[in-house]
Design a binder for this molecule. Structure first.
Ligand SMILES: *[C@@H]1O[C@H](CO)[C@@H](O)[C@H](O)[C@H]1NC(C)=O
Ligand SMILES: *[C@@H]1O[C@H](CO)[C@@H](O)[C@H](O)[C@H]1NC(C)=O
Ligand SMILES: *[C@@H]1O[C@H](CO)[C@@H](O)[C@H](O)[C@H]1NC(C)=O
Ligand SMILES: *[C@@H]1O[C@H](CO)[C@@H](O)[C@H](O)[C@H]1NC(C)=O
Ligand SMILES: *[C@@H]1O[C@H](CO)[C@@H](O)[C@H](O)[C@H]1NC(C)=O
Ligand SMILES: *[C@@H]1O[C@H](CO)[C@@H](O)[C@H](O)[C@H]1NC(C)=O
Ligand SMILES: *[C@@H]1O[C@H](CO)[C@@H](O)[C@H](O)[C@H]1NC(C)=O
Length: 831
C-alpha cells in the first residue's frame, strides 16, 4: 500500500471509531454547523462527513484552518494534528460544495469549531521571589502585599482557577500563624495573632512559602507552583504617648503643644474623641498629629483628662485603633482655705474642767489633698466677749481641736462666745467663726407649789376623761430644755391606773384626769402621791427631795347601781316533751352594792316558764311545743331587794328540740275529690300527707294503709313516695254518694306515730267533666232527697190549701191537677 492509501485507511478506521458531529450524527448534508472538540486529542481526528448533493461532487475548506483542519474531496472534515485551545479557542471556517466543473453549487457555509479546554497548563507565579513589608499592629485581614500567578487554561473552567495557600511560615513559634493569604486574590495579610504579637524588636523578618494550585486547589490532579516571600516587619509608630502632666491655671499663651501622634503612612486624618461628656474639652489636634491644650486647666474642676486620638483614611474609615491620651492636671496652690460653714456652733456645759474638749474645727482646701497646698493651720485671733477674761479657749494648730484653756465657764458670765479663727495654707488666709454656747446643767429639781392638795371627793360615776385637779411645780433650770421640763408620775395610791397626769409644755402645770372608771366598792379612799421629775437626769450631787412630791386624798362616793347580769343573753336547749317543772336554765345577777336580788320573768307570752325569784333557776310551767315556738324568748328581770329597787333585764332564749309528737295528717283539704257516676272503669286519686314535726333533710317517710279491713274489697292504697299516695277503686260498682275512706298514715319516726285520716270521695253525675252533684255534701245543708221532700211538703200544703179553696168553690174538682203542678216545680240543683 502507498502511504496515501495507508493514510486513507487510517482515516477510515478513525471514522468508524469516533465522531464529534452535531446531534450525535457523523454525517449529513452541508449546512451551517458548530462542533465542540477537546484540545490536545489524537493527531488525526475526524470531525464530520459531509455528503455531496448532486451535482456537487467535491468540497473546499477556507478560513482559520491554521493548516491543521482539512477536508477530503469526498466531504470528510478532519484535523491532522491536535487542536490547542490556548493557540486558538474557536476556528471560524467555511465549506463550499463544487460540481465537476469546479463551479460553486452550495455555500460557502459557515462552520465553527470550538476548542474545549483541558487542564494542560501549569500555574506559574509571575515572579521568582516576592518581598514585602508590614507595620507592626496592622489591621488583621487587610492585605499589605499580593502574590500572583497565571494559568493559560480557560479561567471560566476549574482548569484556570487558582488557589493560593501558605505552605510554610518561618519562623513559626508555638504553631501560630502570623500571616494569611487570600486563597483567591493572593493578598497577604496579618492574622489576629499577627496583628497583636508581631514585633520588629523580637523578630524583624519572616519567610513564607506560598503555593498556587489550579483546579481551584480541589483536585488531586491540579498543577501547582510555589514561591518564596520575604516579609520585613516594621515598627508601628501609631503609639499612645506616655501620660503627661499639665500645671493648672497656666499663664502660657494658648494653644500649647503637649504631645504628638502619627499614623504609619502619610495622609491620615486625625481627630480627638472622649468617652465621657465634659462641660468643656480644652484640647485639639492638627493634621500633623500635634495635640494642643487650648485653655488654662483647673485641677479643682477636673484633675484627669482621658481622651483618644483617631486616625482615618480619606473616606472617613478608621485606619487603626484609638490611641489613649492621659493628661493629669497638676495642682498649684490657687485656692484659699474655706470654712466648713458660715458659722460653726459648739456647746459646752457650765462647770466643765480645764482642758475639756469642746469640738473639732475642720476647714477645707480645694487644692490637692496631702500636698503642701492643702495643709491648714488654725489660730484664734479674737474672742467676743472677752469676759470674764480673754483667752478662755485654745485651738490646736494642725488638728483644730478646741479646748477650755483657762477656767470653767459660768452661764451668768456669758451665755455665748464668738471666736474668730484664722485658717491658713501656704499662701492664703481665711477667717472663720465659731459660736460657743454655754449650756445650763440640770442642777435644779422641780419644786411643788404645795405639798398637799387636800381631800377631793368624786362620785364613782364621774365621767372618764374628767379633769379632777390641776397641780403645779416649777424648775429653775433653763426653760424648754430637758432640765426644766416636768413629768408628773403617780408613785402611790393608784395601782389600778385610774388616773393620768398630762403636763402643759409651756407652764409645766399638771392636769390629773380620770382614765378608768372610779369604783367605790373597790377603792373608796386613796392617798395619791405624785412625783415631779425632769426627763434629763440630775447632775451628780443633786437629788430629788420632798419638795418634788405632793399628795392628795381621792374620796370616791357610792352611787346606787343596778344589778348586773353575768351574761347579756342566756341560752338553753331542751326537748319539747320535757315534763312540767323541769329546770330548763338559770340566770345570775349581782348587785354592785351587795343587795339581795329577786328574779322575775317578763314577756312569757305563752306562760310556759317560771323563775325561782331567789336562785334564778328557770323551770317549765306548762307543756312546751316546738311546733309553736321554735326558740322561745323571754326577758329576765333582776331587782334589788331594798334600796331603791333598781332593776335590770337580760334575755333568756330557750331552744326546743323536736320530738316526734305529731301524727301525720292530710296536707290539704281534700273535700273536692270525685268520680263520675256511674263509674265505667276503676279510677284513682292522688293525695298528700304531712306532719308538723321537724322534717329530715330528705323529707317525710310515711307509710299508707287502709283504715278498715272491711274496705279492702272496694279500695286500695298505694304509696308513691314519702308523702304522696294513690287511692284506687277496685271495681266500678259504687253508689252515687259520698264515701268516706279512712286511711292510716304512719310517720315511721321514733317513736312512730300513726294517724287515721278520712278521705271523702264523691260519686256524682258529671256534666262536661264537672261533678253535677246534689247540694248538701256538708252537714246542716239538706240533701237532694230532703230538699225534694221539703218541696213536696210545701207544695202539698199549698195544694191542700188550693184544694180546700176549690172544694169550697166547686165541689166536683179532682186531685190530678195538684200532682201535675208538683212535677213541673222540681228542678235540678247545681253544686
Ligand atoms: C478560601 O477562602 C475563603 C474566604 O476567603 C474561604 O471561605 C474558603 O473556605 C477558602 N477555601 C478553602 C478551600 O480553604
Ligand atoms: C489663675 O491665676 C491667676 C493669677 O495668675 C489668678 O488671679 C486666678 O484667680 C487663677 N485662677 C484660678 C481659677 O485659679
Ligand atoms: C455671735 O455671732 C452671731 C452671728 O453673727 C451673733 O448673732 C451673736 O450675737 C454673736 N454673739 C456674741 C456673744 O457676740
Ligand atoms: C380629809 O379626810 C380625812 C379623813 O378621810 C380627814 O381626817 C381630814 O380632816 C380631811 N381633811 C380635810 C382638809 O378636810
Ligand atoms: C429641797 O431642795 C431645795 C434645793 O434644791 C431646797 O430649796 C428645799 O428646801 C429642799 N426641800 C426640802 C424639803 O428639803
Ligand atoms: C347555773 O348554771 C351554771 C352553769 O350554766 C352552773 O354552774 C350553776 O351552778 C347554776 N346555778 C344554779 C343555782 O343552778
Ligand atoms: C312524690 O310524688 C309526687 C306525685 O307523683 C310528686 O309530685 C313529688 O315530686 C314526689 N316527691 C318526691 C320527693 O319525689
Amino acid at each position: 500500500m502507498t502511504p496515501a492509501h495507508l493514510h486513507s485507511l487510517c482515516l477510515l478506521i478513525l471514522y468508524l471509531a469516533m465522531g464529534n458531529g452535531q446531534d450525535g450524527k457523523f454525517s449529513g448534508p452541508l449546512k451551517p454547523m458548530t462542533f465542540s472538540i477537546y484540545e490536545g486529542q489524537e493527531q488525526h481526528q475526524i470531525i464530520f462527513q459531509f455528503q455531496a448533493n448532486p451535482p456537487a461532487v467535491t468540497f473546499v475548506l477556507n478560513g482559520e484552518t491554521d493548516g491543521i483542519i482539512k477536508i477530503e474531496s469526498n466531504g470528510l472534515l478532519y484535523s491532522i494534528s491536535a487542536l490547542d485551545r490556548e493557540t486558538r479557542a474557536v476556528h471560524h471556517l467555511e465549506i463550499t460544495a463544487l460540481d465537476a466543473q469546479g463551479m460553486t453549487v452550495e455555500g460557502p457555509v459557515p462552520i465553527t469549531i470550538e476548542v474545549k479546554d483541558i487542564n494542560d497548563n501549569r500555574p506559574m507565579f509571575s515572579e521568582r521571589k516576592y518581598e514585602g513589608s508590614v507595620r507592626q499592629n496592622s489591621r488583621p485581614g487587610r492585605p499589605f502585599m499580593y502574590v500572583s500567578a497565571t494559568d493559560l487554561d480557560d479561567p471560566t473552567t476549574l482548569n484556570g482557577q487558582l488557589f493560593y495557600q501558605i505552605v510554610i511560615q518561618l519562623p513559626k513559634i508555638d504553631d501560630v500563624m502570623y500571616f494569611q493569604v487570600d486563597n483567591k486574590t493572593g493578598g497577604i495579610s496579618l492574622t489576629r495573632q499577627g496583628a497583636k504579637e508581631l514585633d520588629p524588636v523580637k523578630n524583624p523578618s519572616y519567610n513564607l512559602v506560598v503555593s498556587v494550585k489550579d483546579m481551584g486547589g480541589q483536585s488531586e490532579n491540579s498543577f501547582s507552583d510555589t514561591v518564596s516571600v520575604d516579609i520585613t516587619v516594621k515598627e508601628n509608630i501609631w503609639k499612645a504617648p506616655d501620660p503627661m502632666e499639665i500645671v493648672e491655671n497656666s499663664t502660657d499663651p494658648n494653644p500649647v503643644k503637649i504631645t504628638q501622634v502619627q499614623w504609619n503612612e502619610p495622609g491620615a486624618h486625625y481627630s480627638l474623641t472622649t468617652k465621657e461628656t465634659l462641660p468643656r474639652f480644652p484640647f485639639s489636634i492638627d493634621q500633623e498629629g500635634n495635640i494642643y491644650v487650648t485653655q488654662p486647666l483647673d485641677r479643682e474642676e477636673k484633675d484627669l483628662y482621658v481622651f483618644y486620638a483617631v486616625a482615618k483614611d480619606e473616606y472617613g474609615n478608621p485606619l487603626s485603633y484609638w490611641l489613649q491620651i492621659e493628661v493629669k492636671v497638676k495642682d498649684i496652690n490657687d485656692n484659699p482655705p474655706s470654712c466648713p460653714s458660715t458659722m460653726t456652733v459648739f456647746e459646752v456645759q457650765e462647770n466643765e474642767a480645764l482642758g475639756k474638749r469642746i469640738g473639732i474645727f475642720t476647714a477645707y482646701d480645694l487644692d490637692e489633698a496631702n500636698t503642701v497646698h492643702s495643709v491648714l493651720r488654725y489660730k484664734i485671733v479674737q474672742q467676743t466677749p472677752e469676759c470674764p477674761v480673754d483667752g478662755l479657749f485654745l485651738i490646736e494648730e494642725y488638728e483644730g481641736k478646741v479646748q477650755l484653756a483657762k477656767q470653767s465657764l459660768k452661764k451668768q458670765d456669758a451665755p455665748q462666745y464668738n471666736l474668730t479663727v484664722e485658717v491658713s495654707d501656704r499662701d492664703f488666709k481665711t477667717l472663720c467663726t465659731i459660736e460657743i454656747n454655754v449650756i445650763d446643767i440640770n442642777d435644779q429639781i422641780p419644786i411643788f407649789e404645795k405639798s398637799d392638795y387636800g381631800n377631793l371627793t368624786f362620785s364613782e360615776d364621774t365621767a372618764v376623761g374628767s379633769t379632777i385637779l390641776t397641780i403645779q411645780a416649777t424648775d429653775a433650770d433653763e426653760p424648754f430644755t430637758g432640765s426644766s421640763k416636768i413629768l408628773y408620775r403617780i408613785t402611790q395610791g393608784d395601782k389600778e391606773g385610774r388616773l393620768a397626769i398630762d403636763t402643759d409644755p409651756h407652764t409645766n402645770a399638771g392636769y390629773v384626769t380620770i382614765k378608768k372608771p372610779l369604783d367605790f366598792e373597790t377603792a373608796p379612799i386613796s392617798r395619791i402621791v405624785i412625783h415631779a421629775e425632769n426627763p434629763e437626769p440630775l447632775v451628780p450631787g443633786v437629788t430629788y427631795n420632798a419638795s418634788s412630791f405632793a399628795t392628795f386624798v381621792l374620796v370616791v362616793t357610792d352611787v346606787n347601781e343596778t344589778p348586773v347580769f353575768s351574761q347579756f343573753v342566756y341560752q338553753a336547749e331542751v326537748r319539747e316533751d320535757v315534763a312540767v317543772n323541769t329546770k330548763v336554765g338559770n340566770v345570775t345577777a349581782r348587785d354592785p352594792e351587795g343587795l339581795g336580788i329577786r328574779y322575775s320573768l317578763r314577756d312569757d307570752t305563752r306562760g310556759w316558764l317560771r323563775i325561782d325569784p331567789t336562785t334564778g333557776e328557770i323551770f317549765s310551767k306548762a307543756p312546751l311545743d316546738r311546733e309553736t315556738e321554735h326558740v322561745y324568748q323571754v326577758q329576765v328581770v333582776a331587782t334589788e331587794v331594798g334600796g331603791s329597787s333598781l332593776s335590770s333585764t337580760s334575755l333568756f332564749h330557750l331552744t326546743l328540740k323536736d320530738v316526734n309528737d305529731n301524727a301525720p295528717r292530710l296536707a290539704r283539704d281534700y273535700t273536692g275529690l270525685f268520680f263520675c257516676h256511674p263509674l265505667r272503669t276503676p279510677g284513682s286519686l292522688v293525695f298528700e300527707a304531712t306532719d308538723d314535726d321537724q322534717q329530715t333533710l330528705r323529707g317525710f317517710h310515711f307509710s299508707f294503709s287502709l283504715g278498715s279491713e272491711s274496705l279492702q274489697n272496694d279500695w286500695e292504697v298505694y304509696r308513691i313516695n314519702g308523702s304522696f299516695a294513690r287511692l284506687s277503686t277496685k271495681h266500678t260498682n259504687f253508689e252515687e254518694r259520698v264515701y268516706t275512706v279512712p286511711i292510716r298514715i304512719n310517720d315511721q319516726g321514733w317513736p312512730p306515730l300513726e294517724g287515721t285520716v278520712n278521705l271523702p270521695v264523691t260519686f256524682c253525675t258529671c256534666v262536661e267533666g264537672s261533678c253535677f252533684r246534689p247540694a248538701g255534701r256538708r252537714e246542716g245543708i239538706p240533701t237532694v232527697g230532703m230538699a225534694v221532700g221539703t218541696l213536696l211538703t210545701t207544695l202539698l200544703v199549698i195544694g191542700i190549701i188550693l184544694a180546700v179553696v176549690f172544694i169550697r168553690i166547686k165541689n166536683n174538682r179532682s186531685s190530678d191537677k195538684v200532682e201535675n203542678a208538683q212535677a213541673s216545680e222540681v228542678k235540678p240543683l247545681r253544686s
